[in-house]
Design a protein around this ligand. Sequence first.
Ligand code: DX5
Ligand code: ZN
Length: 214
Amino acid sequence: MLLAPSLLAADFLHLEKECALINESAADWLHLDVMDGRFVPNISYGFPVISQLRPICKKTFDVHLMIEEPERYAEDFKKAGADNLTVHYEACRHLHRNLQQIKDLGMKAGVAINPHTRVELLYDVLPMIDLVLVMSVNPGFGGQKFIPHSYDKIKTLRQEIDRLQLSTLIEVDGGVDLANAAALVAAGADVLVAGTAVFKAPDPAAAIRAFKNC
Ligand code: DX5
Ligand code: ZN
């Protein structure tokens, strides 16, 4: 299982320190949530933060775009240092074209789905993507409660990915903690995103170790 702590829950006054903690930990990716105040009712951070963190952070930059018209910014996210670029199914009128653009730019391409979006809607693009991000809360905020129906979505996706013998990763984001981590992996998740459960833990390094051992 890969662990991707979400920077959204980090201490924004001390991002350098938070990055050092991630660098020294067993975390695999750093999950970066970008929000535009239109696709989701919140605004987070963008290029200046990501590009300044890039040289000091050793981990894969897993950028989750919660923005409308993500194709307008794909190239800028590549320049800022994104390794994985995930766009929302619900935000893309021409999803196939947008995914092709991300791949042509040399990034791994992901598609995120909101809690109301059926996994079957992704089947036509599954062979061309590197990851599916199953949102287990409604996107826009950290610290929300996990939606249990997400388990069924992960299991259905796992079956289809295995049936087609694809290497597409299943990533779960929202309300992930040490209490549900093992069950999510058992359901078929490959990557767990955790914001609150890592950065708001009394000992974030210990929390990361606990996730990796679950
Ligand atoms: C929510 C973001 C998540 C968020 C998760 O819209 O996509 O990545 O940081 O936070 P927790 O782990 O606190 O639910
Ligand atoms: Zn996210």
